[in-house]
Design a protein around this ligand. Sequence first.
Ligand code: FAD
Ligand code: UDP
Length: 378
Amino acid sequence: MDLLVVGSGFFGLTIAERAAAAGRKVTVIDRRHHIGGNAYSEDEPTTGIEVHRYGAHLFHTSNPGVWEYVNRFTSFTSYVHRVYTNHAGVVFPMPINLGTINQFFRAAYTPNEARALVSEQAGEFDAKTAANLEEKGIALIGRPLYEAFIRDYTAKQWQTDPKNLPAEVISRLPVRYTYDNRYFNDTWEGLPTDGYTAWLERMADHPNIEVRLETDFFDTAQPLNKRDTVGQLPIVYTGPVDRYFDYTAGALSWRTLDFEEEVLDVGDFQGTPVMNYADAEIPYTRIHEFKHFHPERADRYPTDKTVIMREFSRFAEREDEPYYPVNTPEDRQGLLAYRELTQGEKDVHFGGRLGTYQYLDMHMAIGAALSMWNNRLA
Ligand code: FAD
Ligand code: UDP
């Protein structure tokens, strides 16, 4: 074995695939019973509808290198992501665009009129200097729209005062003064034609790659554990960075999600893949209806049944799956300490969402892994 990869998410699999293609023998371990990390999906057994096990995953990128790379393993459908949000019992398009603004104010503003109105309502803060999520949100869309669509949704999603959340979280959402309601601004987007798991399996399908599932790097009862491998061969570690160092600089805080899945005897539950719930009274943040991600599979999906998943957000305890880094000022302090510690780990390379404590979309995890391979490991 030339390389040990801990974690079979997109970061780990990209490293493994590149190393295998370069003639190296790689072993990938994962503590879960399946490969693919959070991008893993499987068919719901009674309906055959593909369900993204760890929350809906939409692929999008503007990086030509990443787009070329991912197309080696899968083709993509022409799916374009659009989201709606329910506020006070009325459905509005998200992200906030001219359609949302005109529906909210029951008006017919032109782009310039809407801009003028929002800038009047946003006057308290400047988007360039906004120091946190609340200031940035108000600066971008003004207080009334912020309070309707962002404040309570964000409170449910983060249970953290928006004044303590980084402004970047909200910068992911575009605001548009046209009726364009695409969720992403990227050049390419789509869903893997045969599903995520087929894509992930193709990445791992190489005679130089061995995958061992249900194998935990910290379990000394299995041979490929931390104690017996570090210093013996190069390691790419994509698990949580604080866990690697036994939480010596404190536990970094994460949000996790609980998913409540239901198979319903109705052909169409909500008419769209994702419905957000903006208001505080509804305990979940959104409902996914998976059949709508693949309209091209209409002939094979049942017409009288559907699968929905309600998503609830809460703080992650140590035994929960960590999903979103909270990134409070204390977390940033802790991360600096861990970054220093990683420098001392010779030939252990920390990558991915958990290994770098960063919110990474799939294309970012793949892009970062390609860079690590090309610049450091190759
Ligand atoms: P992961 O996928 O988390 O993989 C890490 C792997 O390491 C896991 O399989 C884990 O089991 C394993 N591991 C951890 N500790 C150990 C250990 N001790 N021993 C062995 N194995 C271990 N991205 C998008 O582009 N579009 C989206 O729409 C999107 N939606 C998302 C929704 C949710 C709810 C979440 C959480 C993420 C979403 N993402 C989305 C991000 C996407 O999931 C990540 O970019 C991708 O998973 C990053 O891959 P990774 O390899 O860094 O991490
Ligand atoms: N957000 C919001 N209302 C919405 C959708 C998003 O306030 O209807 C805010 C919220 O703070 C969220 C952030 O925008 O955490 C990023 O949203 P995105 O949909 O990108 O989150 P993800 O899909 O990663 O959960």
